[in-house]
Design a protein around this ligand. Structure first.
Ligand SMILES: CC(C)(COP(=O)(O)OP(=O)(O)OC[C@H]1O[C@@H](n2cnc3c(N)ncnc32)[C@H](O)[C@@H]1OP(=O)(O)O)[C@@H](O)C(=O)NCCC(=O)NCCS
Length: 229
């Protein structure tokens, strides 16, 4: 069930030109994969509802498929206290899921410029004004209103911020507010990032971050990776 023809990342399984560096990906239909979980992973889903069991276990299954795409063997992928995946030494990666699809991306640090990465898959849907205000800064809101109202724009903004959070949260070590980060130029296809937080600016130069997104009829898939300097 890996990367079937209607996968929301169809064609991106190994797409260094799109990603800008060697990043391997896998996408699977969400189902119960708990039989394939390792003991430390099973501990993460004790007592959770079926839906969460399915997304978690398919996410781990997709992660192992992405490792296989990179030529690596299967590995236990426990959860860190912040919720992120603990990857084997020398590997960085990220997991995302909707109710239907789980996607994982991995980079082998010796073969890639990526020090860390985050991905996010979102089904395109309109966001209510109240939600938009929570996730978008004044400048982003102005751009959302100003750029021909592309149906995927708000979803892409949200997804890229989630990707950025997943990319930076483990090294930053604290929560990142949506308004701490501003992503401008999305509708033009050349997004760039500004940090509105002194702490974030002290942690990372935004020019080290690479932003990618792919829009299909139903989904926005996004990725943020941090360049190894
Ligand atoms: C953690 C968060 C980003 C997850 O995103 P989501 O859209 O709810 O869910 P997704 O399916 O896309 O991703 C879930 C996966 O993210 C990963 N994840 C969870 N916490 C993480 C963290 N702190 N760092 C990196 N990855 C994390 C996990 O792999 C998780 O899947 P798993 O539990 O099955 O392993 C989101 O719930 C959140 O807390 N967002 C608020 C913070 C934020 O986005 N700020 C924006 C700053 S610009």
């Amino acid at each position: 069930m890996t990367d079937s023809f209607n996968s929301p990342i169809n064609g991106l399984t190994f797409a260094p030109e799109w990603a800008g560096t060697n990043i391997f990906m896998a996408c699977q239909v969400v189902r119960d994969c708990s039989d394939s979980l390792y003991p430390a992973e099973l501990g993460c889903i004790g007592g959770v509802a079926d839906k969460r069991r399915n997304t978690f276990s398919t996410g781990r299954s997709a992660a192992r498929a992405a490792l296989a795409e990179a030529g690596l063997g299967a590995a236990e992928l426990p959860r860190a206290t912040d919720g992120s995946v603990i990857w084997p030494a020398g590997i960085t990666g990220s997991v995302t899921h909707t109710d239907e699809w789980a996607v994982a991306a991995v980079a082998v640090q010796a073969m890639s410029d990526a020090r860390s990465l985050g991905i996010d898959l979102e089904r395109i849907k309109p966001l209510e004004a109240g939600v938009l205000k929570l996730i978008a800064t004044e400048n982003e809101l102005a751009e959302l209103l100003d750029t021909g109202k592309k149906r995927w724009h708000a979803t892409a903004l949200f997804g890229l911020k989630e990707s950025l959070y997943k990319c930076l949260r483990p090294s930053f070590g604290r929560f990142i507010e949506f308004h701490d980060v501003e992503i401008i130029g999305l509708a033009s296809g050349r997004p760039h990032i500004r940090f509105n937080s002194e702490r974030l600016r002290g942690h990372c130069d935004p020019t080290e971050l690479e932003l990618r997104m792919a829009v299909t009829a139903e989904h926005v898939f996004s990725m943020v990776w941090q360049r190894d300097t």
